[in-house]
Design a protein around this ligand. Structure first.
Ligand SMILES: O=P(O)(O)OC[C@H]1O[C@](O)(CO)[C@@H](O)[C@@H]1O
Length: 446
């Protein structure tokens, strides 16, 4: 078996033996999650149960889109955007170089309300062959709805309505919402967001898989990485009672908790010790959007009922030259979760004129020295650190990481006694925005 994404708690300052008293709580959380019967836990079994026919249709559609356009615009926000963006920015270039296949340029829209952003996008794409992929589970979210109407209008003007409709792909609810109604009426090619999977847990459904496949990234390998993760960590595919529930040995035996469960337990105990902020740190810029995805996953899942860990992200070594100061000497209300890519894809040798200390070294070795140096400096002032080793940045490990963090996040939600699958707080700003917009309309009428 290939190596797994691995956790190193050596710098967490939490003695795992001390957590032994909480083993039972994690067991209960695991039991609840792995049963797969709670609302919105469809993603737990997905790596085993996904619809093979639908995946085939995703691959065929992606192939067709690649021949149809030079520019593929993915419209969505939050969970209908970040997973695809994370995978595409981490893997597109690598997979393109491996396969040698041409893939369209991929742009994202509807993830903000900026007139400048969207006007500049229209300018960039105006003379290109375009396809759109609009993704919205509800079909009513303001940001993607506006971007879709703007871009659809561009397509109508460029191709006429009939041809434009053949270039629009929609991923939405099976039955409800205005996007579903429109897609059925206009005959767009559609895929469905499963009912039992919420936005931030939906990367491995058509929501993420179609755009990721268009980018030429191997989605079958991605699903396989998730499947192996699910098998090892949650004892799927649930043919028998998961081993974590039945063969757990002593009730305080910490070694019987899966790695996602251990991470959940460690994070929650850090929170209980006043570490309110988790800083996700990475040394490979390709991981930037993966940490954006993590921020939504943890922020929306845990941040409710007056609790939760505030997720932040920093890119090193760039941010060492700004936020590095705070981490070293600022108020100690945070812990660090380091995403350590063990084997980066490429490297180069530092030329001779870089000076004795650096000349002839591989750049990756210098990057590793930066990580080790930062960890030593932060350990010296008592910052808790958790290191997550990712063997390589491939579709397989991307799938495994997605599954790993989704599982860990759901478990920590249960440990914090919140519902990790809802996000009622997000509605408040929408209500206020509608109120402001109504005021604007009245103003305009006057
Ligand atoms: O897919 P939809 O319905 O457009 O929702 C997009 C995003 O909006 C939210 O509902 C709230 O921001 C997120 O949870 C979700 O990922």
């Amino acid at each position: 078996m290939k190596r797994m994404v691995n956790l190193d708690f050596a710098g967490s300052l939490i003695d795992l033996k001390v957590l032994a008293g909480d083993v039972q709580k994690v067991r209960e959380a695991q039991k609840k999650l792995y049963a797969g019967t709670e609302d919105f836990t469809g993603w737990v079994k997905l790596p085993f149960t996904y619809d093979k026919e639908e995946t085939k249709r995703i691959l065929e559609t992606a192939e067709r889109i690649r021949t149809q356009c030079e520019v593929f615009i993915v419209i969505g926000i939050g969970g209908s955007y970040l997973g695809a963006r994370a995978a595409i920015s981490a893997l597109k270039q690598r997979e393109k170089e491996k396969s040698g296949k041409p893939v369209p340029e991929i742009y994202f829209a509807g993830q903000n309300l900026s007139g400048t952003y969207h006007r500049e996008l229209l300018e960039k794409i105006k003379d290109r062959e375009i396809c759109l992929c609009v993704i919205s589970k509800s079909g009513t979210t303001t940001e993607p709805s506006i971007a879709f109407s703007v871009l659809k209008d561009t397509l109508y003007k460029k191709y006429g309505k009939e041809e434009a409709n053949k270039r629009i792909y929609a991923i939405t609810d099976a039955a409800k919402g205005t996007l579903r109604e429109e897609a059925d009426r206009e005959g767009y090619v559609t895929f469905t967001v499963p009912d039992d999977i919420g936005g931030r847990y939906s990367v491995l459904t058509p929501v993420g898989l179609l755009p990721i496949a268009v980018a030429g990234i191997d989605i079958l390998d991605m699903l396989e990485g998730a499947r192996v993760g699910a098998k090892v960590w949650t004892a799927g595919p649930w043919e028998a009672v998961p081993e974590n529930q039945e063969d757990m040995g002593s009730e305080s035996d910490i070694t019987q908790i899966s790695s996602p469960g251990l991470l959940a337990l460690t994070r929650v105990s850090l929170l209980n010790r006043g570490k309110f902020i988790e800083v996700f740190e990475y040394y490979e810029p390709q991981l930037q959007y993966f940490t954006e995805w993590l921020k939504q996953l943890f922020g929306e899942s845990e941040g409710k009922d007056g609790t939760g860990i505030f997720p932040a992200s920093l890119q090193f070594s760039a941010d060492l030259h700004s936020m590095g100061q705070f981490l070293q000497e600022g108020k100690q209300i945070f812990f660090e979760t380091i995403l350590n890519l063990v084997h980066p894809d490429k490297d180069l040798i530092v030329p001779d004129d870089a000076g004795e200390l650096l000349a002839g070294k591989s750049l990756n070795a210098v990057n590793r020295a930066a990580m080790e140096g930062v960890m030593a400096a932060h350990a010296a002032v008592g910052v808790p650190m958790i290191r997550i080793d990712i063997p390589e940045l491939s579709p397989y490990y991307f799938g495994q990481m997605v599954y790993f963090f989704e599982t860990s996040c759901a478990l920590s939600g249960y440990l914090l006694e919140v519902n990790p699958f809802d996000q009622p707080g997000v509605e408040s700003y929408k209500k206020e925005m509608r109120r402001v917009l109504k005021g604007d309309n009245n103003e305009a009428k006057r």
